[in-house]
Design a protein around this ligand. Structure first.
Ligand code: PLP
Length: 384
């Protein structure tokens, strides 16, 4: 039995999504910008996807803009907004220290072009204190970007409170909701944000397609120039089958939220308490206010990368909170920002559950861990 517990990295594509994409590939090959019947069939498929995404977010279809990924949606939000700001007016952007690289590296790139940037700190649970935004924001701030939930620890941020503060200072607000769609309710009206990014492959849709919700009336300069697709905001012939897949996944995701909050949350809690009771010196990283599928656990004295490999050999797929670059294990920027020691950050494993995980899989994972951890701890004690 192989067990997949890495759904925050990506999810299996739902069979209904595959069928709908297969149908679209065969039957909706026309260019949605063409006026003839073939084009209009493809356009109707596109519109269906747009309506489904809008429904998932409680938004208007005309506010949905399709992109090639969650990364592109984040880029378009930040760069598109920055480009729309009149030169010589606002010149400051704010995000948090725990954003995904799609936001952090975009902010760095904008900083190199003259924008001033600030990163808000988080507390030991990975939560942003609205007071820190109050302190960082100025009348020069054009945009605040805070992720809805973090990909490594699952902590949910007080988005509506933060968005209110941004608006009080004349700034717009973007949230990267890539890790909440299908796991947690999303309602753009309640959140009070101006832009919101999602990505299909995180909720049982295909890879390489995402969407940016842009509140009506928000000025955005396109990053991709060319034809007039997506209301002149994202040039390039739309990937119709992928967008159809995104639409079907969005419809399923809306229904999945309830399953996640009951079934997945229970499995995650069982996994968490099971691990904590059978493996000594283990600690949960993050807040109790989390998406229901995620737990991040530090195993003292165990290099997370070694445990990941051992688990993989045992048929269990998880992820580490560390990024392995050029042979050195860099502790996760998220765990570091939460004030965790380098050791504890390097000892951390992320388990992220999905809709198909079962009680049996959770029991098997809990039973597998003690022996592996014991072996790795013994090895690290002998220094071999
Ligand atoms: N934002 C967050 C929070 C993510 O977790 C991810 C993917 O891991 C992305 C953005 C990027 O999405 P995509 O893989 O569609 O580019």
């Amino acid at each position: 039995m192989r067990i997949y517990l890495d759904h925050n990295a990506t999810t299996p594509v739902d069979s209904t999504v595959i069928e709908a994409m297969d149908h679209a590939l065969r039957n909706c090959f026309g260019n949605p910008s063409s006026v003839h019947a073939y084009g209009q069939t493809a356009k109707a498929a596109l519109d269906g996807g747009r309506a489904a995404v809008a429904e998932l977010l409680n938004a208007q279809p005309s506010e949905i803009l399709f992109t090639g990924s969650g990364t592109e949606a984040d880029n378009l939000a930040l760069r598109g907004l920055a480009a729309a700001v009149q030169p010589g007016t606002k010149n400051h952007l704010i995000a948090t220290a725990i954003e995904h690289e799609a936001v952090l590296n975009t902010l760095k790139a904008l900083n190199r072009t003259g924008w001033t940037t600030s990163l808000l700190p988080v507390d030991e649970t990975g939560t942003v204190d609205p007071t820190s935004l109050e302190q960082a924001i100025t009348d020069d701030t054009a945009l605040v970007s805070v992720m809805h939930a973090n990909n490594e620890i699952g902590t949910i941020q007080p988005i509506s409170e933060l968005a209110t503060i941004a608006h009080q200072h004349g700034a717009l607000f973007h949230t990267d909701a890539v890790q909440t769609a299908g796991k947690y309710p999303i309602d753009v009206a309640t959140l009070g944000v101006d832009l919101l990014s999602i990505s299909a492959h995180k909720f049982n849709g295909p890879k390489g397609v995402g969407a940016l919700w842009v509140r009506r009336g928000t000025r955005l300069i396109p990053e991709m120039t060319g034809g007039g697709q997506e209301k002149n905001r994202r040039a390039g012939t739309e990937n119709v089958p992928a967008i159809v897949g995104l639409g079907v996944a969005a419809r399923l995701a809306k229904k999945a939220v309830e399953h996640q909050s009951k079934v997945t949350a229970k499995l995650r809690d069982d996994l968490e308490s099971g691990i904590l009771s059978v493996v000594s010196d283990t600690f949960i990283n993050g807040s109790s206010n989390r998406v229901p599928n995620t737990t991040n656990i530090s195993f003292t004295g165990v290099e997370a990368e070694s445990l990941l490999i051992a688990l993989d050999l045992a048929g269990i797929a998880v992820s580490t909170g560390s990024a392995c670059s050029s042979g050195t294990l860099e502790p996760s920027h998220v765990l570091k920002a939460m004030g965790l020691s380098t050791h504890r950050a390097q000892n951390s494993i992320r388990f992220s559950l999905g809709l198909n995980n079962t009680e049996t899989e959770i029991v098997r994972t809990i039973q597998t861990l003690p022996t592996l951890v014991h072996k790795l701890r013994a090895l690290s004690r002998t220094g071999s």
